[in-house]
Write a protein that binds this ligand. Structure first.
Ligand SMILES: [Zn+2]
Length: 436
């Protein structure tokens, strides 16, 4: 039995899907105007791991996982203006980079990845429902959601109205009846991206796309809604308000799951790590995606994760050890204790501790795959990308030098390889090598 901490009820609950053959999960995806940073990668990795667990428990075809792409947004418009290009140039570029970066971290693509610009029709339809129900009003080219009409507003964030207004840093605007009202639709200037609507040419407010996409692709009530802690308010609170009021009070999600922040400030950011906080830059520095994935899973997903160079180094050491233990074994049975740890609100630290205690290589390999780890062979992990024949030639040269008692030459060859990141290990069976 999987148990998940539900933000709405503030407790850990048994995960009982409405239909175990069609489990639905929606996670708010990227706004594509720049390269993802490691904080954006955390929910991608966390919910990828939850998806693996659900598919293990309920079957490979049991889960529909949707993650949206926000490709219309003021930040995108600003980036496009700064470069003097069409917004689609920006969004296509950064959606592609996002998929590359997350792919490097072992994140499988979701089942569906709807783009906001391709869902304008369903969004307009939802606004019309909200207007017809008296939950929204049109004013000066805008359509606003009227929070005073929704008695459940605040149900997720557990905030009262004053706190909500303070937390949202809401703008008082002449077209708003109440400062907490939020935008469903706003007008676009003629030179800005927009669509025709009953309220004039404009574009949707950000919160609306998730409600409309969930309704269209997954249904009125989904099993799991996920995202970062920072989305609870106002984004998810507003999604709930829109969907509940458009659907006669039906709940938007049965379980609300939120991951904590990646913390860049707690320990000294070392000089070499500098301000490098994007997976792309870390990969370019030579770190492997799997190392970053393990680092992201090293803390419980609801806890803050201090991001330090030490964490990356430790994660690499753990993976070296795990790859040495797994060797080139084929995956066998999955270890019950690893499943148990993950089933307890995705306790990845406990699962990682257990992995390091598994003796059987085949069991280790299979169990690690549940966390998206040990996907390569040990050979590839330790030697991937190296010039193998060149290294073997140098090892032979060094062996000859040693046989000639020419130790200075032997040491020089070893040091040269070390400088290239190749470590030689002398053992009873001869010399082997691995990447550092
Ligand atoms: Zn969302």
């Amino acid at each position: 039995m999987i148990r998940l901490y539900d933000t709405l009820t503030r407790r850990k609950r048994d995960f009982v899907p409405a239909d175990p053959k069609r489990i639905t999960m929606y996670v708010c995806g990227p706004t594509v105007y720049g390269r993802a940073h490691i904080g954006n990668a955390r929910p991608a990795v966390v919910f990828d791991t939850l998806a693996r667990l659900i598919r293990h428990e309920f079957g490979p075809d049991s889960l529909i996982y949707a993650r949206n792409v926000t490709d219309v947004d003021d930040k995108i418009i600003a980036a496009a203006e700064a470069e003097g290009v069409d917004p689609s140039v920006i969004t296509e570029r950064y959606e592609r980079h996002y998929l590359e970066d997350m792919g490097a971290l072992g994140v499988a693509p979701p089942t569906i990845a709807p783009r906001a610009t391709e869902e304008i029709g369903p969004m307009i339809a939802m606004i019309e429902k909200l207007l017809a129900g008296g939950y929204a009003y049109a004013a000066q080219g805008h359509v606003l959601f009227d929070v005073t009409k929704d008695p459940a507003y605040g149900i997720l964030s557990h905030r009262d109205r004053e706190q909500m207004i303070a937390g949202a840093r809401v703008e008082v605007a002449p077209y708003k009846r109440d400062p907490a009202d939020f935008v469903l639709w706003k007008p676009s200037d003629p030179d800005v991206i927009g669509w025709d609507s009953p309220w004039g040419r404009g574009r949707p407010g950000w919160h609306l796309e998730c409600s409309a996409m969930i309704e269209r692709h997954l249904g009125e009530t989904i099993d799991i809604h996920g995202g970062g802690l920072d989305l609870i308010f106002p984004h998810h609170e507003n999604e709930i308000a829109q969907s509940r009021c458009a659907h006669g009070g039906a709940a938007l999600a049965r379980y609300w799951v939120h991951n904590g922040f990646v913390d860049f400030g707690s320990e000294k950011m070392s000089k070499s790590l500098g301000n490098v906080v994007t997976p792309a830059e870390l990969l370019a520095q030579g770190h492997k995606g799997e190392t970053l994935r393990l680092a992201l899973l090293s803390a419980h997903y609801r806890s803050p994760l201090p991001w330090t160079e030490t964490l990356i180094d430790q994660s690499k050491t753990v993976l070296d050890r795990l790859y040495r233990a797994a060797g080139d074994a084929e995956a066998g049975e999955i270890d019950a204790e690893v499943v148990e740890a993950l089933s307890d609100d995705l306790n990845t630290p406990a699962a990682l501790t257990r992995l390091q205690a598994i003796d059987d290589a085949a069991t280790l390999k299979a169990s690690a795959s549940l966390l998206g780890l040990l996907g390569s062979g040990a050979d590839e992990w330790f030697r991937g990308g190296a010039d193998e024949s060149g290294i073997e030639a140098k090892i032979a040269e060094r062996a000859q030098a040693k046989a000639n008692r020419d130790f200075a030459i032997a040491d020089r060859i070893r040091d040269e390889l070390k400088a290239e990141g190749i470590v030689l290990e002398d053992g009873p069976g001869g010399t082997t090598w691995r990447k550092e």
